[in-house]
Design a protein around this ligand. Structure first.
Ligand SMILES: [Zn+2]
Ligand SMILES: [Zn+2]
Length: 890
């Protein structure tokens, strides 16, 4: 091990900055991050969600790593050959945009450079900055196997993409279709439905008269986008709508164009919306497109993919779509065809990446037909081959998968996996092969051109479970590590990524890619708001690591974590995590310095034949906690497991056990608690390692150097065995007895603080304990020391006669009769407490009233409601305490 040069001298305070990089280097250079491929045990495999190659560590990554690395370290300590495989994603649009911005500063754009040079520029960028995120992940302590890291554009993942495309094409599951797609004008590409976000926008609803061609009147249509009327090819009404039945089959003379279009019936028209008559523009609206397909309507595109009106728009050609809207409004008004304009709030699609309003446009795109791929992926979850945690996402998954739409996979970008389809100029057929073709497969012509588009980024990350392991080659890694174990990621990419991995994994490998999906939530700011650059509430994890240490950042992120739930990050969580690491450090220094005072070193082993009650208690509690932690970890309740270890270490080990041993450590002729102090600490460090990897490793090395450890002792905590309890040796009586003693001491201490008596002031006490008098007898000095008592009588009767000037406190251990002495004005203190009780009860009823007011709950911001709830909880806790103390004093 030999990590710290001066082990006998642990610094006064723990310094993450002096420790973390040294320990990380030691782990990595020792090869601990690599799975033991010679082991016969079943492996544990986790593939890391690949961050964007342009990415910089944000709180979302930090949360992902805190959870994943904790799971991974736990499995590694359980002795499973553990693979945690890292990688990065080329992230099509995101990366292309970064480099385009760089070019813009040089006054260049990608078209001026041409595709080849542009791609070269991106590669240059990737080679310079692409591993920055890896360095940042290292700072968090991520124990992944860097020797296996992959980039989605590496040779093997490229081959995987190619083979998948060709296979799906040959199965008839990939087709090129002229479809209406979500088009982002700014990004100049089609987007999948998932890449479109809907936002409320204030617009207008225009009602326009469409005259019948026979001059017999008109029908009024309603639209939010009058400029699209130039591309109308019908007016549709609901066939059941009595108002319009008589018009079906008539013709309209379309205003501003004088084209004749029919009135048709279609069930998709909602009679309640607008006027009930729908203008149909198949080229510019997805619903209209479907109506057009059903009714064989012509498709007239009037808006080009640059957002300006095209030649089909006649006199409006060349105008921006929104400018055209105003002009059309004016002309309709002038012709008396505009009935009215109502302001109208509606939700419209925006580009998820750049916020531009999406223009639905007809284009030729490649699609994957999803239904047959989805079927086995639905079955795998239905039949519990794959478990989704939390469970509630299972129905969300089914709902999406059972209504799955075909996946448009072509993107009009240059950065990514170019679509492996070659078009023949002579016979117009397509050649799709695993190797780049030289000639057309159908006619042998050499006049072939590759499709200019690239594949959606999620196509390559959808193959991540097996392409990272070498597929399509038949590799050892693939045999050893597919299928993987747990797929851990944010719930927000369940469909983007997780569902597609299941479908493509089954399709390529014939086997599910992992058996468990664990979904985590989002990191929110202290007010519960999603962190975003525009809101300025973003925390930078690297700054936090500088300030608090990686351990504290990780610990704060996993504090109270539970699957699928968002978590709020705040300073208080970070501070208490750092305090916890310091508490652990100080307790360890205490134990280690006592070990080092000994002339002969203590043999490390599980203590046996323990006689002392305190020792029996702490060992039993350790066993209980170990059992609980293992059960909770197995059940994916990581936040709960962390709380159990935290509370045990802080409350029981540090606050009670260490304090209880201090006198015994000073005396020579009693059995020393030192070996037990060391044993409990060593086991707790193991339990805690997945949650606080650096500080536990550092302490562990120091502790082990101060102990006489067995021959086969592990070299480092990261590879040490995780504690489990096989045969239980829990001593229940000692737990019950210590529980009574601690409750008793706490009650006395509380009473003292309520009555403003100094804790260190010894007060006279008699104890009546019918059932536990021998316990009280044997722990007399403990009670006197920790409760600040001087015990004058211990009786085995049920009650004693209350002397004047005494108050009694009833606890499970027995009844304490306490003489408060001259200095305490009991009557005055009681009155003060009763007053506080009154005030509190008024305050509580006003809070309760407020919180039961439904309109307050509905209207007030969530954080205000939360604050009020917090106040109520604190007040009722305080009230309970006062009630208790008043009851015991009466
Ligand atoms: Zn965009
Ligand atoms: Zn050909």
């Amino acid at each position: 091990m030999a990590q710290n040069d001066n082990p006998l001298n642990m610094s006064r305070a723990y310094s993450p900055a002096d420790t973390e990089s040294r320990i990380y280097k030691f782990w990595e250079e020792s090869g601990y991050f690599k799975p033991d491929t010679s082991s016969d045990s079943p492996p544990f495999v986790m593939i890391m969600p690949p961050p964007n190659v342009t990415g910089e560590l944000h709180m979302g990554h930090a949360l992902t790593v805190a959870i994943e690395d904790m799971i991974v370290r736990w499995h590694r300590m359980k002795g499973e050959p553990t693979l945690f495989l890292p990688g990065t994603d080329h992230a099509g649009i995101a990366t292309q945009v970064v480099v385009e911005r760089l070019l813009a500063t040089e006054g260049l754009n990608r078209y001026q450079l041409g595709r080849e040079k542009f791609e070269a520029r991106i590669w240059e960028w990737v080679e310079t900055y692409g591993t920055r995120i890896y360095e940042q992940l290292r700072r968090l302590g991520t124990s992944c196997d860097w020797s296996r890291s992959k980039f989605t554009l590496d040779e093997i993942p490229r081959a995987a993409v190619r083979k998948t495309f060709v296979d799906l094409y040959n199965k008839g599951l990939i087709y090129r279709g002229e479809r209406i797609a979500n088009w982002c004008l700014r990004c100049s590409t089609a987007l999948s439905d998932l890449e479109v976000k809907y936002m409320e926008v204030n617009g207008n609803l225009y009602q326009i008269r469409y005259p019948f061609s026979d001059g017999s009147g008109f029908i009024v249509v309603a639209t939010t986008r009058p400029e699209t009327m130039l591309g109308d090819t019908a007016v549709a009404v609901n066939p059941e709508d009595e108002r319009f039945k008589k018009y079906i089959g008539k013709e309209i003379k379309l205003p501003l164009t004088n084209r004749l279009i029919p009135i048709i019936a279609d069930g998709a028209v909602e009679a309640e919306f607008g006027t009930g008559a729908l203008k149909v523009t198949p080229a510019h609206d997805p619903v209209d497109f479907e109506i057009g397909l059903r009714n064989n309507l012509p498709v007239i595109t009037v808006i080009g993919d640059d957002g300006t009106m095209n030649s089909a728009a006649g006199e409006f050609q060349g105008l921006d779509r929104f400018k055209c809207r105003t002009l059309i409004e004016d002309q309709l008004k002038a012709q008396g065809l505009l009935v009215k304009t109502d302001s109208f709030q509606h939700s419209i699609g925006h580009c998820d990446r750049c916020d531009e309003i999406i223009e639905p446009l007809i284009s030729k795109q490649w699609y994957i037909s999803m239904e047959s791929l989805a079927a086995p992926a639905i079955k795998a979850v239905k039949e519990n081959q794959i478990r989704i945690i939390p469970e509630r996402f299972t129905s969300v998954y089914f709902n999406w998968m059972e209504n799955i739409r075909d996946w448009p996979v072509s993107r009009q970008l240059w950065w990514g996996h170019q679509i492996p389809v070659w078009y023949c100029e002579d016979c117009l057929s397509e050649t799709v092969t695993n190797e780049d073709p030289q000639t057309c497969q159908s006619c042998g012509s050499s006049q072939i051109q590759q499709d200019q588009d690239v594949l959606d980024t999620w196509f390559s990350s959808g193959l991540w479970t097996h392409s990272t392991l070498g597929w399509p080659n038949d590799t050892e890694d693939l045999k050893s590590f597919y299928p993987g174990s747990v797929m851990e990621t944010g719930y927000d990419i369940l469909f983007f990524w997780v569902a597609r991995m299941i479908m493509l994994g089954i399709s390529n490998m014939g086997q599910i890619p992992f058996h468990t999906i664990y979904l985590h939530g989002l990191v929110l700011d202290p007010e519960g708001v999603k962190m975003s650059k525009t809101k300025g509430n973003v925390l930078n994890p690297l700054d936090l690591i500088d300030e608090y240490g990686a351990d504290a950042v990780r610990f704060a992120l996993t504090t109270g974590t539970s699957a699928g739930n968002n978590l709020r990050m705040n300073e208080q969580k970070l501070e208490s995590s750092r305090n916890f690491a310091n508490k652990l450090w100080n307790a360890s220094r205490f134990v280690i310095s006592n070990l080092n005072k000994k002339e002969t070193s203590i043999k490390f082993s599980k203590p046996e034949n323990i006689l002392n009650r305190h020792d029996k208690w702490i060992i039993s509690r350790l066993d209980q906690v170990t059992q609980d932690v293992n059960r909770l970890m197995e059940d994916f309740q990581f936040g709960e497991a962390q709380t159990h270890i935290h509370d045990f270490l802080w409350n029981e080990y540090c606050d009670w056990y260490i304090e209880l041993t201090k006198d015994r450590l000073k005396v020579q002729d009693v059995e020393s608690p030192l070996s037990i102090l060391a044993y409990i600490l060593e086991r707790t460090l193991r339990l805690l390692h997945p949650f606080l990897p650096f500080v536990t490793e550092e302490i562990w090395a120091n502790l082990c150097k101060s102990l006489d450890t067995p021959e086969d002792w592990p070299n480092s905590l990261i590879t040490a065995e995780y504690p489990v309890i096989s045969a239980t040796t829990i001593d229940e009586p000692s737990i019950i007895e210590m529980g009574k003693l601690i409750d008793f001491i706490r009650a006395i201490r509380n009473m003292k603080s309520e009555l403003n008596i100094q804790q260190r002031q010894k007060i006279e006490c008699r104890i009546a304990s019918e059932m536990e008098s021998s316990l009280v007898e044997s722990e007399k000095s403990t009670l006197e020391k920790f409760a600040g008592l001087s015990i004058s009588e211990i009786s085995d009767s049920h009650l004693l006669q209350l002397h004047s000037g005494e108050i009694s406190i009833v606890e499970n251990l027995g009844t304490a009769y306490i003489s408060l002495g001259e200095g305490v004005d009991l009557g005055g203190e009681l009155e003060r407490l009763r007053n506080e009780q009154n005030e509190l009860s008024k305050y509580i009823s006003s809070l309760t009233k407020r919180l039961s007011n439904q309109s307050f709950i509905n209207k007030a911001p969530e954080e205000v409601v939360e604050k009020e709830k917090g106040r109520l909880k604190r007040s009722t806790d305080r009230e309970t305490r006062i009630n208790e103390i008043l009851e015991t004093l009466n």
